[in-house]
Design a protein around this ligand. Structure first.
Ligand code: GAL
Length: 687
């Protein structure tokens, strides 16, 4: 066990593989903030406590797990929060329909309530048996127990190992050695922070990325796009990002990466019009390269030996391949003002109608095999798409359907086709354990109620996204897909639109608060969205909560789904206030809340001076947020906000401010800016 850095330990067994996530890391370790985190300097385990061996199937590692420990993480797990007692196979998959470990973003990293984290540096489909089995002989002491045999199901099949200490058994196929990194606490959040800082720190999105996103119908033409783009401001619906789905390209599935001149003649003038209306434009694509694409010939030599959807699978681990791919995106799109991309299908499908994607046996010129490439493709793809923005010196916030280890620096947000609302809420709870961001996107809906509940969740999530790729008209006009396509609108759509607008406006008013939470992600590794167990690791009441989460440091969000008129919310220790009514709630208790359809249960910690901006229609490059404060409790005296230019990378050179606001008396504040950013993104409403 080697002490690598402050609170980070490395354990090596055998000869590790060459192609692991660490080889392809995006950013260097964030040393300075790591130094600032307090640590005891004691590794979570000693060498003697770790059992590692090589077998014919690969490497097996066994780590201690105390009976009282609970473990979390493993990437974007959509079906469970607490993985203790479960088996997880970390295999990338586009349809993670069951609690098997399959995920859009599997990450071989877990954290424990005992206050440490474990990262296994592998791209293999590693399996983690999280305390599922006791070792041979461990139960022998029970032979003299004179216990009556129970016959109920719980007694017969009951939890076999709940009574004692156990282990986590890790199976890493094909490997001949492994590097494992251990992250000290003292608590679970500190272990996650260390992991994120080890990855290079969290991403800092551009300010506009925190506004509302709207992706238009796949078959939309230039006229449809222009009509929608004017409808939003006319209806005063805030929308920052306008997304194009597959129809913008001359070939999709696989991709040409070229505009379709028939559907979008003179697309540059259309883009100019969108930019003039202050929209950012995001383009859908996937990584598979169609033979008609201008980059096909150049990439052929640097691709895997199987096609997907008749296209090449570029080996983005090869520098030549990455350069060809990135330069095309720079020249044709990023340099022409496209603000980002939606990187689809970089996960792999095994369970749906067609088993698309390449076999695990695929050989890539870099030396990676198909299995390794599957688990690594999402991050390699993000890296290739991020490169043009780094070159231009402007930030992006983009979407991706697959990610993996050490991914916190990527300004990309995950999404899925699963569309079960509860599953989507669980995604928000879980993403923060593993350096990931997740969007519980809204498409069409079962009913107006379903639409409003889903919009509430997305507005209180890492990315507020409406993905209307299957409907030509906004969902508030018609939730039913067929009717939406046929132009049959709801009688009361204006009323539904008004409810949606007020939710969009809440999102816009929370941007400064959220931006500050993202800044802490970047500078301190602290995730902006967190499961309650991250903030309250000593409270067993929160260990299994998978339907409520922290947004930033002061807000607890407990979304509701269609059909619920009330729900139970557990408020941890302390005093809380309803976001809407300011009503006071004592913590360490469950409450049954019924806020009505137009409100999502949100609670604010006592003592919070919450900054709320006047909602803007768009976050333009020169936007200034006009901020007022709401006090929750009698001791709400200070608030800290982060500020920079919101769009370039100058913050890396220290060009940012921390703005400390102190309430002096009712409506009277003292503002103190420290830092080197000379502009001002916030103006403070002192009345
Ligand atoms: C799916 C993706 C959807 C949409 C669609 C377009 O794979 O998840 O959001 O983009 O492709 O064909």
């Amino acid at each position: 066990m080697e002490n690598l850095l402050n609170g980070i330990w490395k354990y090596r067994y055998g000869a590790p593989e060459q192609h692991t996530p660490l080889l392809y890391r995006e950013k260097a370790i964030s040393h300075e903030p790591l130094q600032r985190l307090h640590c005891e300097g004691v590794a979570p385990f000693s060498d003697e406590q770790i059992i590692a061996k090589e077998t014919a199937r690969g490497i097996t590692v066994e780590l201690p797990l105390k009976s009282e420990e609970h473990i979390y993480g493993f990437g974007l797990q959509l079906h469970r929060v607490d993985h203790t007692g479960r088996k997880k196979v970390l295999r990338v998959n586009s349809d993670p329909v069951a609690d098997t470990g399959d995920s859009h973003a599997p990450v071989p990293f877990y954290v424990s309530t005992a206050g440490y984290g474990v990262y296994v540096d592998t791209s293999r489909y590693a399996t983690f048996y999280c305390g599922t089995n006791l070792r041979k002989g461990d139960s022998e002491h029970k032979k003299l127990e004179n216990k009556e045999v129970g016959t109920s199901e719980i007694e017969l099949y009951g939890y076999q190992v709940s009574e004692g200490d156990r282990t986590v058994v890790i199976d890493i196929p094909a490997a001949r050695g492994i590097d494992i990194y251990f992250f000290e606490g003292p608590d679970l959040t500190a272990a996650v922070q260390r992991y994120n800082l080890f990855s290079g720190g969290g991403c800092l999105p551009p300010l506009w990325g925190l506004g509302m996103w709207y992706r238009a119908y796949s078959a939309a033409s230039k006229e449809d796009v222009t009509r929608l783009a004017h409808t939003f401001p006319n209806d005063q619906m805030p929308v920052d990002v306008f997304g194009f789905e597959p129809g913008w390209q001359s070939r999709a599935y696989s991709c040409s990466f070229v505009w379709d001149n028939n559907r979008f003649p003179e697309h540059e003038s259309m883009l100019g019009e969108l930019y003039d209306l202050n929209y950012r434009v995001n383009l859908w694509e996937h990584v598979f390269v169609h033979p008609s694409s201008p980059i096909y010939e150049g990439l052929k030599e640097f691709s895997g030996d199987y096609e997907v959807w008749e296209g090449l699978v570029p080996d983005l681990a090869e520098p030549e391949s990455k350069t060809i791919f990135s330069e095309h995106h720079l020249k044709e799109f990023a340099a022409k003002g496209i603000s980002g991309f939606k990187l689809d299908e970089c996960d792999s499908s095994d369970f749906v109608h067609s088993s698309w994607s390449f076999p695990d046996t695929t050989e890539f010129p870099s030396g990676m095999d198909g299995e390794q490439m599957h688990n690594q493709l999402g991050t390699l793809y993000q890296s290739a798409i991020l490169a043009p923005y780094e070159t231009l010196g402007v930030r992006t916030l983009s979407q991706v359907r697959s990610s993996g280890a050490l991914a916190s620096p990527y300004p990309f947000v995950l999404y899925s086709d699963l569309y079960d609302h509860k599953v989507f809420i669980r995604g928000v709870v879980n993403c923060g354990f593993s350096g990931l961001l997740w969007s519980p996107e809204v498409r069409q809906a079962e009913s107006a109620e379903d639409l409003i509940r889903r919009i509430q969740t997305t507005v209180f999530s890492p990315m507020a996204l409406l993905n209307c790729w299957r409907i030509p008209n906004p969902p508030w006009m018609q939730v039913d897909r067929e009717k939406n396509i046929n132009g049959e609108f709801l009688d009361n759509y204006e009323q539904i639109r008004d409810i949606c607008r007020s939710l969009f406006e809440i999102r816009m008013s929370l941007i400064p608060y959220l931006y500050t939470a993202y800044a802490r992600y970047h500078y301190e590794g602290r995730p902006p969205f967190r499961a309650l167990v991250m903030d309250y690791p000593n409270d067993p009441n929160v260990y299994e909560i998978d339907d409520a989460y922290m947004m930033g440091d002061y807000m607890l969000v407990a979304p509701m789904v269609e059909g619920e008129t009330e729900r139970s919310v557990y408020l941890p220790v302390g005093t809380w206030h309803c976001f809407w009514t300011n009503e006071t709630y004592a913590g360490s208790q469950h409450y049954c809340v019924s806020p009505g359809l137009e409100r999502i249960p949100v609670f604010v910690k006592d003592g919070t001076l919450l900054p709320l901006a006047q909602p803007l229609q768009h976050v333009a490059d020169d936007a200034v947020f006009d901020i007022s404060f709401r006090s929750f409790g009698d001791n709400a005296t200070t608030c800290m906000l982060y500020e920079d230019d919101g769009k370039t990378y100058e913050f890396r050179e220290g060009c940012y401010n921390w703005v400390q606001v102190t309430a002096l008396s009712e409506g009277n504040y003292e503002i103190n800016r420290t830092g080197n950013y000379t502009g001002q993104r916030y103006s403070f409403n002192k009345d």
